[in-house]
Design a binder for this molecule. Sequence first.
Ligand code: FES
Length: 91
Amino acid sequence: MANIVKIMEGFSFIPRTELNLLEALESQNIDIDYQCREGFCGSCQVQLVDGEVEYFSDPIAYVPEGRILPCCCQAKGDLTVEIPGGCHVKK
Ligand code: FES
């Protein structure tokens, strides 16, 4: 069954299974910070409000409790996240 990714501001979508969470957010034109895309820098982190993620490998960056690094994980089920600075869709 497909997972649903919900963003706190009300936007939701079904991510393609071959994408990590950062790529899935980008595929929806969600404006999100990133730099390394490999779990080193921590710049992509978002608040995990509800649900669980699965990491492809353990992130190197420090990840405060309740936050996740979308560049190196996928949703394990339905997920709700909050993007720092709010959810902005690129035009
Ligand atoms: S972009 Fe660097 S940790 Fe995700």
